[in-house]
Design a protein around this ligand. Structure first.
Ligand code: DGL
Length: 283
């Protein structure tokens, strides 16, 4: 198999990364995509940085052993807490050739900086993403930027329940964005895989003139740019999709159908060995 014909991996804590998967599938129709959802451990957004780092590292090592040509960490929480350390690169490089790992934070930050006119930028994300300060640090490093960040822990369950356009979602969104409105932000980073699905509601409560930066959109361009730069883009044929989950018993298929607009055919349950130590302790 040539390097270019290898698959692109999309890693997420669960179903939310399908927003990135969908964006990549549309932009790069010739590529084969491997989706990995850690459905046995979702949600990441309420877990400690240490746990998210441990899970992300184990699953990315699994994906690199499948000889993917790059790994996209679609999960904002995992990108925020697990992509800073050198330990992760060593884990991946330990298994064959170095695999480029593309997180969602940098592309989202770049897009927000390109779009803001006032330098007042808002960030919405899970509790762990916002507490990590990953977006805030990178935005502040650009200089001349004022960041207002807000954790929105109720959005993920609401969206997964199919309530993204329910009046309750609108009430909650209005509460969450109140500090961003008070800070008169002109650009808001949707720093979570799920938030593209609540974009219409956020657009309404934030009002006209506020740019919404969708990290799925930002990362699809980054993936294309990086692969083209390395001569790894697939330019012919039609790619195929594989879905790996750490738990296939839950609501993934039903939510995935809503996220993608079509059913997923083949789900494969995988065990990346991440629970071995804990299970041994329990036994
Ligand atoms: N994928 C997560 C993120 O983008 C949201 C869901 C979760 O909390 O695991 O931060």
């Amino acid at each position: 198999m040539t390097s270019a014909s290898r698959a692109i991996a999309v890693f997420d804590s669960g179903v939310g990364g399908l927003t990135v998967f969908r964006a990549l599938r549309r932009r790069l129709p010739h590529e084969s995509l491997v989706y990995f959802g850690d459905t046995a451990h979702v949600p990441y957004g309420t877990k400690s940085a240490e746990t998210v780092r441990r899970l992300t590292r184990a699953h990315l090592a699994f994906l690199s052993r499948r000889r993917v040509k790059c790994a996209v960490v679609a999960c904002n929480t995992a990108s925020a807490v697990a992509l800073d350390g050198a330990a992760l690169d060593r884990t991946l490089n330990g298994h064959g050739p170095a695999v480029p790992i593309i997180g969602v934070i940098e592309p989202g930050v770049r897009m927000a900086l390109a779009r803001t006119r006032s330098g007042r930028i808002g960030v919405l994300g899970t509790s762990t993403t916002i507490a990590s300060g990953a977006y805030q640090r990178r935005l502040a490093a650009a200089g001349g930027v004022r960041v207002t960040a807000r954790a929105c822990p109720l959005f993920v369950p609401l969206i997964e329940a199919g309530w993204a356009d329910h009046p309750v979602a609108r009430r909650i969104a209005a509460e969450y964005v109140a500090p961003l409105k008070a800070a008169r932000v002109d650009t808001v980073i949707l720093g979570c895989t799920h938030y593209p699905l609540i974009k219409p509601v956020l657009g309404r409560v934030l009002g006209r003139g506020v740019e919404l930066v969708d990290s799925a959109e930002a990362v699809e361009m980054e993936v294309e740019r990086i692969l083209a730069g390395r001569g790894l883009l697939c330019r012919t044929g039609s790619g195929h999709d594989t879905f790996f989950l750490t738990d296939t018993g839950g609501t993934f298929p039903e939510i995935a159908r809503r996220f993608l607009g079509s059913p997923i055919r083949r789900l494969v349950r995988v065990d990346t060995g991440v629970d071995t130590v804990r299970d041994a302790v329990r036994a």
